[in-house]
Ligand binder design. Sequence first.
Ligand SMILES: [Zn+2]
Length: 128
Amino acid sequence: MSIDELFTKPCPNCHVEMPDGIATCTNCGFDLKQGGVWPPSIDHNVPPSTPPKDWVRITVQVLGGFVLAAILTFFGTILLLIGPLISAIIFFSTRKSSPYFANGILAGLVVGLVGVGACFAMLGKSGL
Ligand SMILES: [Zn+2]
């Protein structure tokens, strides 16, 4: 090994020995100053999505669907018997476009039906 070989580096792209300190590989044009990273890393970029806002949006959708379906089911069952049907239609029509809202609708539908059942149970007890 000669002294000159101590000051050479293999090009990371074509593995030809290049004098240390030069910016560009004279064999293939590889950018040696970048440390073999090309194109430059974009890891430092902050992801565009912001989790806190997403959670607010999700919570609003779930709660909105829940309250809507609970009210529809509870009062719809007592008054017109179509509340659960409307809630089910909303669930099936929104479960693909806005799944969080649909989950809220489903939860509201279940809770509404439980509430209706509890009301009828109480009416039955008071009737006796
Ligand atoms: Zn090269």
